[in-house]
Design a protein around this ligand. Sequence first.
Ligand code: ZN
Length: 245
Amino acid sequence: MYRRTVRLLVALVMVMTGAWAGTLATAGTAHADGCYTWNRTLSRGSSGADVTQLQIRLGGYPGYGAVLAVDGDFGPATEAALKRFQSAYGLAADGVAGPNTFNKLYALQDDDCTPIHFSYSELNDCNTTWSGGAVSASTAKANALRTMWKLEAMRHALGDQPITVTSGFRSYACNSAVGGAGNSRHLYGDAADLGAGPHSLCTLAKQARNHGFRGILGPGYPGHNDHTHLDHRDSQFWSASSCGI
Ligand SMILES: [Zn+2]
């Protein structure tokens, strides 16, 4: 009698586990959208295009003053960034990208791969295309995507309140029209100007230091008292003297 009960219980648990796994798989498929679907678990030592896709989305979690390389190799920096992402969203911070991590990423991305709170049009308000800048249209657009994922991380870290982008990619014509610097990172598509509200410009400038932006210009830097400029230039340059940066 006892053994039979145990067997029944085991069978019941197996059925329930199976049902639960099925539910998870269905949920994952439902959330995977027109953008990208991961087909395997990724961890330290993994490499490939799926790692690259993961790194783009973890770009906002490199740690203070750091930038996460988007190179398709899952090394210690990617693992650390993944753990920060998992912690930020209440997932087990094991540094392994499995179904829970991917489902969260699916929930955070739109069909065009942009994070849910930012859009290509928002990062390209001066032009109708991505051409005419200092890099090819495809590079400018890819750079803007990386910026958006960094902004998504920053938005979440600041309590999920809106961040307003006032300028993104600029062609040379656009850049001249708005009086941008001749070598502006806006010509590369990787810059974003942020306006105040609900966060102050200094709050934005300071927080950006944690999210993979090598270039941060804010209040106190010439021409930047009415916005905070972020970009990913080649070497770090932060200046917002009114904010103590
Ligand atoms: Zn700017």
